[in-house]
Write a protein that binds this ligand. Structure first.
Ligand SMILES: Cc1cc2nc3c(=O)[nH]c(=O)nc-3n(C[C@H](O)[C@H](O)[C@H](O)COP(=O)(O)OP(=O)(O)OC[C@H]3O[C@@H](n4cnc5c(N)ncnc54)[C@H](O)[C@@H]3O)c2cc1C
Ligand code: SF4
Length: 510
């Protein structure tokens, strides 16, 4: 006989973990099903060769692109999901992002809820995830009901100088909000020791606010919450009417198991969640669960992201340099015909990676490149196109059909950054000789979102405004699948805020 729960949460990343945390104190019987295991704490966590070259924490599975070519997806299957390796930049979408925005490449659609409705949950998310930041510094930020609980992380000297130089060049660089457990006022130190292997790496000392540390572990202290690891959900079965999910099918160590719950919340990441619902097709849902609209899996977005490597004339001995952002090019106006996007620093590039994959800047060895580099991550909005979608291949494998869009503003954002650096670095700086931008390929799906957009019209959306499937009364989705548009800020604070919002709807329902 299958075990019965009040709520089953599938996936323990940003969305699933935050929902489980919100529901934990309700006393309801909650089961978290996670296909991965806890990420091992070991020296390799911070070993650039092991993590970035050997892919120690990468999954073995392969997905396919629109031409049928296999690729290894940049996702992590562990308790805590992708937040185990995230860079912890915790930005709110801007109020404009919730409305219609005209881009060079097309229209970014309106959300069914406004910034106002999500605002209290953004504040809760920032407090729960111990975000450090400053209000009133970002010219595009929306109103906030409460201050951050923790001050921003201080710039290291080279970055403080760069921020100052940017300002002299007419560009405002403000404190990037970060979810790191780094209280710099504490004499005895906090968990985070401020190292150069953060973004893209697990944290050996549990100093990063991730879904395991912040949500899952505290939730498990409640006797009514349990976690099953190595539990890959393969299918959701429905009642004969198709109106309710009745069974959750799980494969655990090669054994098939079945669980039941009054409410099921899916949070496998936007690609895996869509794939799960497509795999759950049945007589009542022939094209996938809740797919009468035909939109399940569609409108996949992942941002136009590029990693920029710039060779400075000055040394950069920064350790944790990801402490500012630039939003001057986020909106149309002020000489811009359309939005370009957001600029922020990226992790330092260790010499070992430069030996393996040099940025194509001639005349310098890896050590010099590593000690004089300035790294950036630039993001442009990806538009929700019908043809960009997740589907299942003939053998049930995941296929991501994606064509980049809105690429002109992304190129212009790259050029803006090169031009600003030119001003800062002086006459000797040349984009050709000192500047490389590498657009992230399909496999880097770190900002994946869309695939099940929420909305009020069941003909045009998969989820309703509470993120419940229009067609299935007890099935919710609380990862990044619900995004109707992607904005151009890192997605996770919005995922967390929304999961807390949906959690409140569930608490009312339960
Ligand atoms: C290197 C890197 C850096 C990043 N930096 C930032 C950043 O600085 N700021 C930011 O906002 N975002 C960042 N992100 C993105 C961020 O990690 C994601 O937006 C976020 O984790 C997505 O949350 P989620 O709940 O949708 O999915 P995930 O966190 O991916 O969680 C999904 C979970 O579901 C599990 N799962 C999947 N399929 C199944 C199944 N069938 N059965 C059971 N379990 C399943 C997975 O194992 C995983 O634990 C980064 C991502 C990467 C990879
Ligand atoms: S110690 Fe701090 S900077 Fe280093 S990985 Fe952990 S959270 Fe990131």
């Amino acid at each position: 006989m299958a075990q019965h729960y009040d709520v089953i949460v599938i996936g323990s990343g940003a969305g699933g973990g935050s929902l489980a945390h919100r529901l934990a104190s309700s006393g309801k019987k909650i089961l978290i099903l996670e296909r991965g295991h806890p990420l091992p704490r070991e020296k390799d966590n911070w070993d650039a060769r092991s993590v970035q070259i050997d892919g120690r924490y990468n999954p073995t599975e392969r997905w396919r692109d629109r031409d049928g070519n296999p690729f290894q997806p940049g996702v992590k299957y562990f308790v805590g999901g992708n937040t185990k390796v995230w860079g912890a930049a915790t930005l709110r979408l801007r109020p404009d992002d919730f409305g219609v925005v005209r881009h060079e490449g097309g229209i970014s659609p309106r959300w069914p809820i406004g910034y106002d409705e999500l605002e209290p949950y953004y504040t809760q998310a920032e407090h729960l995830w111990r975000v450090r930041g400053a209000r009133g510094v970002d010219p595009t930020e929306g109103p906030a009901s409460r201050p951050y609980r923790h001050p921003p992380i201080r710039h290291e000297p080279r970055i403080a100088q760069l921020v100052h130089d940017f300002e002299r060049a007419g560009v405002r660089a403000w404190n990037l909000p970060l979810a790191l457990l780094l209280d710099e006022s504490r004499g005895d130190g906090d968990a985070c020791i401020r190292c150069d292997t953060c973004d893209g790496f697990p944290c050996l000392v549990r100093g990063k606010a991730d879904a395991e540390v912040i949500c899952v572990a505290p939730a498990l202290r409640h006797h009514n919450v349990s976690l099953l690891t190595g539990a890959r959900v393969t299918r959701l079965a429905t009642s004969a009417s198709g109106r309710e999910v009745t069974e959750v099918h799980v494969e655990r160590e090669g054994v098939l198991e079945t669980y039941r719950a009054d409410v099921v919340a899916v949070a496998c990441g936007a690609i895996n969640s869509a794939a799960l619902l497509l795999r759950s097709a049945n007589e009542r849902h022939p094209d996938g669960l809740g797919n009468r609209s035909g939109h399940l899996g569609r409108h996949y977005m992942a941002h136009q992201n590029s990693a920029v490597f710039a060779l400075s004339r000055e040394e950069n001995r920064s350790v944790l340099q990801k402490t500012f952002a630039i939003s001057d090019f986020y909106r149309a106006g002020n000489g811009l015909d359309y939005p370009l996007g957001l600029i922020q620093p990226l992790n330092r590039t260790p010499a070992v990676l430069l030996e393996h994959s040099p940025p194509g800047i001639a005349g310098h060895g890896p050590e010099h490149l590593a000690s004089h580099s300035l790294e950036f991550w630039i993001t442009t909005e990806d538009l929700p196109l019908d043809r960009n979608r997740v589907r299942l291949g003939r053998d049930g494998e995941i296929v991501v059909e994606y064509t980049p869009n809105n690429t002109v503003p992304h190129r212009k954002l790259t050029e803006k950054l090169a031009a600003v650096l030119g001003k800062v670095e002086g006459d000797g700086f040349s984009p050709d000789a000192h500047f490389r931008a590498e657009r992230m390929p399909l496999s880097v799906c770190s900002h994946q979102c869309g695939t099940m957009r929420f909305g009020d019209d069941p003909r045009d959306s998969v989820l309703n405004r509470d993120c419940r499937l229009h067609e299935v009364e007890n099935l919710y989705v609380v990862d990044a699948s619900f995004f109707p548009s992607s904005g151009a800020v890192n997605p996770t604070l919005t995922i967390i805020a929304n999961a807390l919002r949906v959690g409140d709807r569930l608490l009312e329902r339960l």
